[in-house]
Design a protein around this ligand. Structure first.
Ligand code: AMP
Ligand code: GLY
Length: 418
């Protein structure tokens, strides 16, 4: 098979690596890829958001399958464009990808279909939003409706902070058009959990649970990032807990999207909070989570291509998806300064000799050397019979890798259920 993966992060690296493990892929390409992906795929210099160029490239090179990993090209309709040209593609249509592209849409969907989530109101007028805030308890959560690279969410502790955030989003347009409509919602309390699920438009099959670590520093301090590390399992859940989440959240979401004429084929990311009143949805994404998927895919036993095909063909009910009975951990190594400004171009050493799987994100090859080229540079993976074993193993790898000004959290997975 000839396969093209779209994207350039650690998520796309693990996807490429896993595709090659199936033994079914003869030729693998990635647009645009990165320094690490270049070791498993031919990288092609087209940005993930250049959907017309990618479509032309896929058509002229007669790909058998295109895997679209990031949200931007999905929201821009890359899968629709590929399908129109007769190319098989893994990922939701733009109509279904709206569950991530518009938080307002998602909240209305959850309300309509009684899917548990935080109580909320939508606003497109700054004055009305501020008036509403006067009557609310603090802390409160403010979210831009549109895509804002994970940065358009503010948890305000005081009324003043909340009003300032509303002004930044709506008045100053700090997040551009993403903030033209905002969601103001109740602040939920509890541990967070990620559940990714394959969805074929009719049914959803959850993967093993995972836990992201969004804040930049230890003890969940500092700014929100794309994710500084992940572990699986993400919480100590019983089979019954998982069945409840499936019955109350996962399957109703898939059915709701189908009923709305937006059948979802691909991966739905359920960002959940385990509140004292049960699991509630914090957010939906229309794709694999990064870095969660780097912790999840290495444990997948079933052939990845078979799952992708079943997802596209609507036959997920005919496949038994199996996982290694292990725990896993990925620790992200980032550039100093991330998620704010950081320098690029520093040489990275130790990857080949660290003895662990390393999935690369912000890396590039320059004059034959691997150098930093982004905020999240790479992540180090390990697995074990216990979570502690997996965590210790991942950190053993981290200690052998080095680049100037590197930054990583030292407590990934250590605070689970706290
Ligand atoms: P989101 O982009 O919607 O996932 O929000 C980013 C982060 O903000 C989440 O991972 C949570 O930690 C936090 N968050 C979002 N919504 C809420 C909420 N309603 N209550 C508490 N925390 C929230
Ligand atoms: N790790 C969070 C995300 O992928 O959105």
């Amino acid at each position: 098979m000839k396969v093209l993966v779209v994207g350039s992060g650690g998520r796309e690296h693990v996807i490429c690596w896993k595709l090659m493990q199936t033994g079914k892929v003869d030729e693998l390409y990635c647009c645009p890829g990165n320094g690490g992906i270049a070791s498993v795929a031919t990288c092609v210099d087209i940005k993930a958001s250049e959907v017309d160029k990618i479509t032309d490239f896929a058509v002229s090179n007669k790909f058998d399958l295109v895997v679209v990993a990031p949200e931007d090209p999905l929201a821009l309709g890359l899968v629709d464009k590929l399908n129109e040209k007769g190319i098989r593609a893994f990922g939701p249509s733009a109509r279904a990808a709206i569950i991530e592209a518009s938080k307002a849409f998602s909240k209305e969907l959850m309300k309509k279909y009684s899917i548990p989530t935080a109580k909320y109101e939508l606003f497109d007028d700054e004055t009305k939003a501020c008036e509403y805030l006067e009557s609310q308890e603090m802390p409160i959560v403010l979210k831009c409706d549109g895509l804002a690279l994970g940065k358009g969410v503010i948890i305000a502790q005081t009324l003043e902070e909340a009003k300032t955030a509303v002004h930044q989003m709506m008045g100053d347009k700090k997040f551009g058009d993403a903030g033209s409509t905002i969601v103001i919602e109740e602040c939920m309390v509890g541990p967070e959990l990620t559940i990714l699920a394959f969805s074929d438009g009719n049914i959803a099959v959850p993967m093993i649970s995972s836990r992201d670590h969004k804040r930049a520093y230890d003890h969940d301090e500092g700014l929100n990032t794309g994710g500084m590390g992940a572990v699986t399992p993400g919480a100590d859940l019983t089979e019954e807990d998982i069945a409840t989440i499936k019955r109350t959240i996962i399957q109703p979401t898939v059915e709701a999207l189908k009923a709305e004429g937006r059948p979802f084929k691909g991966v739905i990311y359920f960002g959940l909070m385990l509140t004292k009143d049960g699991a509630k949805v914090v957010e939906y994404n229309c794709r694999f989570g990064d870095p969660e998927v780097q912790a999840i895919l290495p444990l997948l036993e079933t052939d990845f291509i078979d799952i992708i095909n079943a997802t596209i063909d609507g036959t997920l009910d005919q496949i038994d998806i199996k996982w290694k009975k292990k725990c896993s951990c990925v620790v992200v190594m980032a550039s100093g300064g991330y998620p704010e400004s950081y320098a690029k171009g520093y040489e990275i050493t130790g990857i080949d000799t660290c003895g662990k799987l390393v999935f690369q994100a912000g890396t590039a090859l320059k004059d034959g050397k691997l150098v930093t080229n982004g905020g999240r540079v790479l992540c180090v993976y390990d697995e074990g019979d216990t979570l502690d074993e997996a965590i210790d193993g991942a950190y053993e790898g981290v200690r052998k890798i080095s680049f100037k000004d590197m930054h990583f959290r030292t407590d990934i997975g250590r605070t689970l259920n706290k």
